[in-house]
Write a protein that binds this ligand. Structure first.
Ligand code: KIV
Ligand code: ZN
Length: 539
């Protein structure tokens, strides 16, 4: 029987917009966060952790907008993170209130190393704070999640006591974080088993797991936790997150899907039950992965499980032969199951604005009029160059326009001359935040270098280019090229992304996109980090 504390399937709690966005350079603006949240809802996640509202006014606004626009009655639960302080909890509640279903996720560390060096508190003090703050969160909503940070390195006896107190105070989900990615699968499974056996009121809460991938074990740890009673998995798209990242949603979901006969009995189902173990629409996985990668500037490695460019490419001769003879010789899942083949030719040169807008909407992009107009002009331009326009082309344009909202610097013109007998020279015109149009030119070692040097002459913000990648959206020589870059200013990293059939133009826009993010951060100041920038907790 399914109860709130014992759901009969696995709940997927997506934290791409909170823990994922905490990874260096992955900063997103409000519109980008909203676009990702809409896609997460289409993907079918149960809970979206939309951010840490106390971090900054921008973070508050993003959580509030997601609550308003994505937190519909039949949509996901919208969750906000709050440290165990009244201020954090109150602000999270205010941001989340517009959602039909919302959750406060509050946390405090329980490992001795965190107590001693980060919190400078004793165990009884931390127990009292957790009890009071869960009870305080409960005055705003029934749906309260509690996390004992660094549970993986905490004394299990103290952890059991803490969880009992948190549940008694009203926590309906208790989340067990392996904050530093230290545990092995057997240990993590054992920890969950120990919690089930030693926390007297554990049947009143859902057991959730959260883990980082420092040893590459996060997904394996979670799957072992499922076998031992965990029913909520906290994960991110493409596994993005701090350091080596979080457990990857697509790997967990496809692991549970492809091997459901193995996992079914752990959920009390018949071995051959075909009922899905999660609510995820797996055909949305590939699209979500691309969206998150484009908007965060976090490149997906080609050999990444499930969503990497090579994950379904059978390149070696022997494999191809095997696959042609019978798919199952070398394939355990179908590319279609993650939506990899959903790239139909949809529009052409004669398609009008309405057809374009309708297709965009079907793909989940609702652009405001001004951006829609710009996107349509770009579509027309592309249709002149490329006969067949696919969904991925349309999405590349739409993502690009979403990224260009709230621009401070606007690239009006880029012109390059290069070749084997000439010195690469670039001319650019950039509109600056105070409305000036500045033109300048530079020579470089190649066309992209020349463009970046020319832009640097106009936009005077020192930075270092630390990563540059180009990828094509579809096959073919006329394909759109996507450029993703990362730049460093002082000790922070900012990413930029742009798409164009001309990769030099895309490179120029990607750079200006990164400069815009950097400029925003300089203007607004950076967001508070929920785990590291802890002010003394005085709840
Ligand atoms: O890794 C961690 O411990 C966290 C908590 C805030 C849940 O992200
Ligand atoms: Zn985390």
């Amino acid at each position: 029987m399914s109860t709130q504390s014992n759901p009969d399937r696995i709940l997927i709690f997506d934290t791409t917009l909170r823990d994922g966005e905490q990874s260096p350079g992955a900063t997103l603006n409000v519109e980008e966060k909203l676009t990702i949240a809409r896609q997460l809802a289409r993907l079918g996640v149960d809970i979206i952790e939309a951010g840490f509202p106390f971090a900054s006014p921008g973070d508050f606004e993003a959580v509030q907008k997601i609550a308003q626009n994505v937190g519909t009655p039949d949509g996901p639960i919208i969750c906000g993170l709050a440290r165990a302080t009244q201020q954090d909890i109150e602000i999270a509640a205010r941001a989340l209130q517009p959602a039909a279903k919302w959750r406060i996720h509050t946390f405090i560390a329980t490992s001795d190393i965190h107590l001693q060096y980060k919190l400078r508190k004793t165990r009884p003090e931390v127990l009292a704070i957790a009890k009071d703050m869960v009870a305080y969160a409960k005055t705003f909503t029934d749906d309260v999640e509690f996390s004992p940070e660094d549970a993986g390195r905490s004394d299990p006896e103290f952890l059991y006591e803490m969880l009992e107190v948190a549940i008694a105070a009203g926590a309906t989900t208790v989340n067990i974080p392996d904050t530093v990615g230290y545990l092995t699968p057997t240990e993590f499974g054992g920890l969950i088993k120990g919690i089930k056996e030693n926390v007297p009121n554990i049947d009143q809460a859902v057991i959730s797991v959260h883990g980082h991938n420092d040893l590459g074990l996060a997904v394996a740890n979670f799957l072992e936790a499922v076998k031992n009673g965990a029913r909520q998995l906290e994960c991110t798209i493409n596994g993005i997150g701090e350091r080596a990242g979080n457990a990857a949603l697509e790997e967990l979901v496809m692991g549970l899907h492809v091997r459901r006969q193995y996992y079914n009995p752990f959920l009390g189902r018949p071995v051959d039950s075909e009922a899905p173990l999660t609510n995820i629409d797996t055909r949305q996985i590939y699209k979500t992965s691309r969206l998150v990668s484009n908007l965060t500037g976090m490149f997906v490695q080609p050999n990444k499980a499930i969503v990497g460019a090579n994950a379904f490419a059978h390149e070696s001769g022997i494999h191809q032969d095997g696959v042609l003879k019978h798919k199952l010789t070398y394939e355990i899942m179908d590319a279609q199951s993650i939506g990899l083949n959903d790239n139909q030719i949809v529009l052409g040169k004669h398609s009008g604005r309405n057809a374009f807008r309708t297709r965009l909407k079907e793909l989940g992009h609702e652009l405001p009029d001004q951006e829609l107009n710009r996107a349509f002009l770009r579509f027309k331009d592309l249709a002149d160059k490329k006969k067949e326009i696919t969904d991925w082309d349309i999405e590349a344009i739409a993502n690009d326009e979403t990224q260009q909202t709230l621009e401070h610097f606007y690239l009006d013109l880029v012109q390059v001359s290069c070749g084997d007998k000439s010195r690469p020279t670039a001319t650019v015109t950039v509109r600056t935040p105070d409305g000036q149009e500045l033109m300048d030119a530079a020579i470089g070692t190649g066309p992209v270098d020349a463009v970046y040097r020319a832009i640097n002459r106009v936009v005077d913000i020192p930075n270092q280019l630390i990563e540059y990648t180009v990828q094509s959206v579809t096959a073919g020589i006329d394909a759109i090229g996507e450029v993703t870059i990362r730049i460093r200013h002082e000790d922070r990293v900012y990413s930029g992304h742009a798409a164009n059939t001309d990769i030099v133009v895309a490179s120029a826009h990607a750079y200006v996109n990164a400069l815009n993010r950097l400029y925003t951060a300089l203007q607004q100041g950076t967001s508070l980090h929920p785990q590291r920038d802890a002010e003394p907790i005085t709840a």
